[in-house]
Design a protein around this ligand. Structure first.
Ligand code: ADP
Ligand code: MG
Length: 264
């Protein structure tokens, strides 16, 4: 994934912003006149097979950034390339295919279908991918077993605890078998013990399967534990990009230094 100079203003303002950019206005002028931009400028590359963490306080633009990667948020300006394909400007059908076959997303609030069983929730994505019924069931069962939910296949999401529901979300994402996983605060709603367990499980699965994972968190310890590399965001910009060790031992500025003071 290659992201280059992305910029994002929301809503109807976006259309006006695009027009003004075309007419030669600078981002600084636009950001000043529109109040805030969610992402002002970000460039980075995510390498194949790494866990790339985006860390920053609430409101720093993390979700906006990750949603640019799969086109859920169209960029106002800049470029996003996934497997060599430019995402910016893709049509609705191509974006749907990209999300279905190449990059699945795990959300903070699980986004499970309440009226489908646990098994069907995991199999559902495979149905959309066109996987045959028997294989869907088998893969769904397999992944539910892997996340410790064997025996819960016929339950409904509402009968499960938050931690278990999040495991269903994880099983669904892994069952989909896309090369890239996008995870937006995927563990933030969990209590600390289950959260650590999920982090360990994610690393284990990642090492086994070699997926590329973009993981968003506002939690420094989680970032340090999971990240091969970490991008620290502040006010719509990446203020440092490096390994956990780089960020801990050589913070780029006072802001990052402040942030890493709290590491366990
Ligand atoms: P984070 O995920 O780091 O908390 P977000 O990307 O959600 O940050 O938000 C960054 C900024 O963009 C915030 O100021 C937020 O209010 C604004 N924003 C996010 N989504 C929208 C939206 N759909 N419409 C308008 N403003 C938005
Ligand atoms: Mg967010």
């Amino acid at each position: 994934i290659a992201v280059s100079n992305v910029y994002k203003i929301f809503g109807r303002r976006q259309r006006e912003a695009v027009k003004r950019l075309k007419n030669g206005a600078s981002r600084d002028e636009l950001t000043a006149s529109f109040g805030t931009a969610a992402v002002i400028d970000a460039s980075f590359e995510v390498r194949r097979g790494e866990i790339f963490v985006v860390m920053g306080l609430s409101g720093s633009g993390k979700s906006t950034l990750i949603r640019m990667l799969n086109g859920l948020n169209p960029t106002t300006e800049g470029s996003v390339s996934v497997f060599g394909t430019e995402v910016v400007g893709l049509g609705a059908t191509e974006l749907r295919e990209l999300r279905r076959d190449r990059m699945s997303m795990v959300f903070q609030h699980f986004a499970l279908l309440p009226h489908r069983t646990v098994l069907d929730n995991v199999a559902y994505g495979l149905e959309i991918q066109g996987v045959a019924q028997a294989e869907r069931q088998e893969r769904a069962r397999h992944w539910l077993g892997r996340v410790g939910l064997e025996g819960w296949e016929d339950s409904f999401p509402g009968e499960l605890s938050g931690g278990m529901q999040q495991r269903v979300g994880l099983a669904r994402a892994f069952a989909a078998d896309t090369d890239i996983l996008l995870m937006d605060e995927a563990f933030s709603a969990l209590d600390p013990l289950i959260r650590r367990e999920m982090q360990e499980q994610l690393v284990e699965l990642q090492q086994e399967l070699g997926k590329t994972i973009v993981f968003i968190t506002h939690d420094l310890n989680e970032a340090m534990f999971l990240g091969d590399r970490i991008a620290v965001m502040r006010d719509g910009r990446i203020v440092q990009l490096g390994t956990p060790n780089d960020i801990l031992t050589d913070p780029a500025n006072d802001y990052v230094a402040q942030f890493v003071q709290d590491v366990d």
